[in-house]
Design a protein around this ligand. Structure first.
Ligand code: ADP
Ligand code: MG
Length: 404
């Protein structure tokens, strides 16, 4: 039986572990947090820091193939074991996608569309870079950012001051200054490639963010076939050029107007830019668990287990909408433990076809604790039902917190 190692034990690791086990494999989870959700669902886990060389060596010793569920794995600590076992996608892919400078440079060198950017290593260089990347722009740390963390939207000299005083740049770490895109739509596209030469691309997902965190994903995206094909083509090209074996999720900005001094691909009256890439399952891809014949996790599990990955297709002609459940829903309900979420609102929403809770130990504001999926004949109804269902959950008070 093949043993698959997953670096990171969050919800992506947990859902991937389920797929691997369903396909006959065994899973070892590596995570510094003993309460990591994925560690509870597998027979073996290693709880150690990302730089514990001995623990990493032990982990590699146990596994036939290794993958990771988030980009911020310390690639330096894994590098000594790179040639001992297959890492899918490779360490080179991980390094490129975990560092915005390498990522943007890859896009530039590959001739893939992206918004104009500059690299700055000091507050002075940020100011100088404004000549090439004028306001409005977005300042981003090069590493460790997610869900909008480590970013600042800048319209004026005054608005960049807090970012310039932040630790990152004052410690001499470089930042990216990139043109702000006037976004009409955000979408993502997952490509899967196996070492045996199979290559598939999922339909395009439409993503709606709130406070820079993914809020809803609509499947399929409400775009023309031509635009959809163009996006799939660019996502596939990115995966090929990066030499990805495993999954690559490419996030795109779709704009009505071109971003300043930026390389766009034009299609159907839109300007397309790659925003960023993730070499792993993606939050937007959760929708595939309900909407497709095979989920993003199934496809990656099959690649890791060296079995044919098949071709994921949409299951029904209507629209699916995945909504994230953040810790705020638990806090609003007064649910004291994560298992206490009151789901009685489900009775009013037959459109909700799936609810997945990750079993995280503690509900915190903005923390991803679960998701759900609705289905309807049209996207508007699926999205509306998703919004109303989540509002109903938020407005439910758990029995114990009610007076009397
Ligand atoms: P992460 O997802 O790692 O936090 P992103 O670069 O994807 O970082 O940024 C998060 C969100 O912030 C994007 O999905 C988009 O909504 C917004 N954003 C990021 N960069 C830009 C940009 N250059 N122009 C406009 N909006 C942006
Ligand atoms: Mg993103």
């Amino acid at each position: 039986m093949r043993q698959i190692g997953i670096l990171g034990g969050g919800q992506l690791g947990m859902l991937l572990a389920e797929s691997v086990q369903r396909h006959g494999g065994k899973v070892v989870i590596y995570d510094p947090d003993p309460r990591a959700p994925a560690a509870k669902t597998v027979s073996q886990s290693i709880c150690a820091t990302w730089t514990d060389t001995q623990a990493i060596e032990k982990f590699f010793g146990k596994c036939d193939a290794i993958t990771y569920e988030f980009e911020n794995v310390e690639s330096g600590a894994i590098a000594p074991f790179e040639n001992s076992k297959p890492i899918l996608p490779s360490l080179h892919v991980l390094r490129t996608c975990q560092d915005r400078i390498l990522e943007k440079t890859f896009l530039k060198d590959a001739g893939l569309p992206h918004v104009n950017f500059a690299i700055a290593k000091s507050p002075q260089q940020v100011i100088e870079s404004l000549a090439d990347v004028p306001f409005p722009c977005v300042l981003k740390t090069t590493r460790g950012g997610y869900d909008g963390k480590g970013q600042a939207f800048a319209r004026t000299n005054r608005s960049i001051k807090p970012f310039l005083q932040s630790n990152t740049i004052s410690e001499g770490l470089p930042v990216i200054v990139e043109a702000a895109a006037d976004i009409a739509l955000e979408v993502s596209c997952i490509v899967a490639r196996s070492p045996s030469g199979e290559e598939i691309v999922f339909p395009v997902f439409e993503n709606i963010h709130k406070d820079h965190i993914l809020d809803f994903t609509i499947f399929p995206a409400r775009i023309s076939e031509a635009l959809s094909e163009k996006l799939q083509q660019i996502a596939t090209e990115a995966a090929r050029r990066l030499d990805v074996y495993g999954l690559l999720t490419t996030e795109f900005f779709i704009c009505r107007k071109p971003a300043a001094n930026s390389l766009a691909v034009e299609c159907d009256g839109y300007y397309i830019y790659v925003n960023e890439m993730a070499p792993r399952p993606h939050n937007s891809g959760h929708v595939t668990m309900s909407a497709c014949t095979l989920s993003q996790f199934d496809v990656l599990a099959r690649i890791l287990l060296s079995i044919p990955m098949g071709c994921p297709r949409g299951l029904a002609p209507g629209y699916y909408c995945m909504g994230n459940l953040l810790g705020d829903v638990w806090l609003a309900q007064g649910a004291t433990t994560p298992g206490d979420l009151d789901l009685s609102a489900l009775a009013q929403y037959p459109e909700v076809i799936d609810v997945v809770l990750y079993g995280k130990a503690e509900a915190r504001s903005k923390r991803k604790m679960g998701h759900f999926v609705t289905y309807a004949d049209d996207a508007k109804t699926a999205l509306k039902a998703a919004g109303q269902f989540r509002d109903s959950l938020t407005n439910t008070r758990v029995a114990t917190s009610q007076p009397g």
